[in-house]
Each structure stands twice: as C-alpha cells, then as structure tokens.
Design a protein around this ligand. Structure first.
Ligand SMILES: C[S@@+](CC[C@H](N)C(=O)[O-])C[C@H]1O[C@@H](n2cnc3c(N)ncnc32)[C@H](O)[C@@H]1O
Length: 276
C-alpha cells in the first residue's frame, strides 16, 4: 500500500515519475513489442480524433513520451503533417525507425528547461498518468502551443469499479493499478480530471471522450494486459490483492472467451489555445 497520500495534483505519489526504471524497463526484452500491442489497440482511435481535430498538411506536431513512435509516423504518413518532433526520455525505439519528417529528441519532459518550441498540435498519450503533477504538465504543455493550436492528452481510466464482478481479471486489474502506484507512482485516479486541467490551463473548446477496446481472446489489448501483468507481477503480488496462482488464472481468463471484464478505457481530452 502507498504510505503517503497524493496531493490533489498527484505530485506526492510515491515513485511518481519513475516509469521505465523498474517495471517497464526499455532494455528488457519485448518492451517495444508490448508498447506496440497497446498502440495497435488504441492508434486507430487516436488517429481518428487527431484527424477530426484537423491534423493535416502544414501542421507542426510534438509527440510527448512518443514510445515506439507509431502515432508520430502515422501523423506523417496518413495526415501528411509538416513534421513531428517525437520526444522521449529513452529514444532507442524511436531512433530505430527513422522516417522523413520525424525528428527525435531525447529529453525528460518534466525538466524545468524543456522548451522545444511552439506547435500546432501537442499530443501526449499514456504519459501524464506516470508523471509527477499532471496539473503542472498540462499547464506546461499548453505553453508549447502556437496560437490556435490544440493540446490532446490521453490516459487510462480504470473501469473496475466497486460494482464490477469479483473475478480473477478484476482482482488482477485492481492489483495492477495499486502495484504500479506503489512502485512507479502511476496514478489513474486523476485522469477523469484532465478536461478540468485543460480548462484551468486557459484552453478553450475543451471536450473529452473514452474508448474501451473489447477484450477478445488473442486481441492486441488482451495480449497487452497479459504482458503488462507479467512485467508488473512483483508489484502486483506485493499488494496482497492477488497471489501468483490467481494472477496465472487471470492471464488464462484473458486468453479465453470467458473474460467478461472491461479493459481500462483511454480517455482523450483536448483543448485549444486562442488564435489571438
Ligand atoms: C506507456 S508509454 C506510451 C508510449 C506512447 N505515447 C504510446 O501511447 O504508444 C510511456 C512513454 O513515456 C515515456 N516517458 C516516461 N516518463 C518520461 C519523461 N519524464 N520524459 C519523457 N518521456 C517519458 C516513456 O519512456 C515511454 O516511452
């Protein structure tokens, strides 16, 4: 269990900002494949939203915590944007797939001197939930928007509510969120506040939506959670909410057609900087 209570903006969560140091180490075999499974599950939804917001020729884009760069490359190939600056603390996966228009920058986006310029689109998916003070990050990312630009942030929302069925899947999902919070500080409890944070940052036309991919056997999202649980097994079992046998049962359930649980959803919120 966490031994400190996060401040309202999440800045005090234990382990906050330590993504990649323990559970999701980029040098551990298969980490790029795991990120790509998540991308396969969510990229079409992300791209549809970015296109609907107008991403297209002439747009300059910043992808924060770009991972393996699937969104950055699709923005270039499909939306034909002018260029994408893909930033990550660890760029080994980005650097291995260079494409024209893609610029890769290794940087810690929480560092005080992170100021890569102004962009028509600033996008951050599954990043803020891992960082200290999402509130501060939203304010900072808003300042990177050119006049008339749009900030788009996506993060996970936990759907294992108190009324969810008590299945191995549900117990494993709860253990995952608690274990990740205790070990690396990931906190999804604040994600429903993202639209409010965008408004507080002075953005206009703020709106949000949630996509929940179906947990079909063998689907990218089912394989993504099974792989994520393997990597987080120590942290999950450490919560006392599941033991190894129950976790194995939950993984088998995910691979079968018996899994009736809901995957965490992806909440996407966006807001515009005034054109003036
Ligand atoms: C869950 S992955 C998401 C990757 C990608 N955005 C996607 O949705 O496929 C989180 C990414 O954020 C990066 N990251 C975490 N903390 C960071 C920081 N402080 N500065 C820059 N990147 C960071 C990680 O290295 C990782 O690539």
């Amino acid at each position: 269990m966490a031994d400190t209570v996060p401040s309202p903006d999440g800045a005090g969560s234990p382990g906050r900002g330590r993504y990649g140091e323990q559970v999701f180490r980029p040098d551990r075999q298969g980490e790029a494949d795991r990120i790509d499974l998540g991308a396969l599950a969510y990229d079409d939804t992300t791209m549809a939203r970015l296109r609907a917001l107008g991403a297209g020729p002439g747009w300059t884009c910043l992808d924060v915590g770009a991972g393996t760069g699937t969104v950055a490359r699709r923005l270039l190939a499909e939306a034909e944007v002018a260029g994408v600056l893909a930033v990550d603390r660890d760029v080994r996966f980005l650097a291995s797939h260079p494409v024209p228009g893609l610029t890769v920058l290794q940087a810690d986006v929480t560092a005080g001197d992170f100021a890569p310029g102004l962009f028509r689109l600033v996008h951050a998916r599954f990043v803020l939930m891992h960082l200290p003070s999402p509130q501060r990050m939203v304010a900072r990312l808003s300042r990177l928007l050119a006049p008339g630009g749009v900030l788009v942030v996506s993060d996970a929302v936990d759907l294992t509510t108190a009324s969810a069925p008590r299945t191995p899947y549900t117990r494993a999902m709860r253990a995952m969120w608690e274990g990740l919070r205790d070990s690396i500080g990931t906190d999804v409890s604040l994600v429903p506040r993202h639209p409010e944070l965008l408004r507080e940052a002075g953005l206009e036309g703020v709106a949000a939506e949630i996509h929940v991919p179906p947990l079909l056997p063998g689907s990218p999202i089912s394989r993504f959670w099974a792989d994520t649980w393997e990597r987080a097994r120590g942290a999950m079992v450490g919560t006392g909410l599941v033991d190894d046998a129950e976790l194995d049962e939950a993984v088998r359930c995910l691979a079968s057609s018996r899994c009736t649980g809901l995957s965490p959803g992806m909440l996407t919120a966006w807001g515009w900087k005034s054109p003036a």
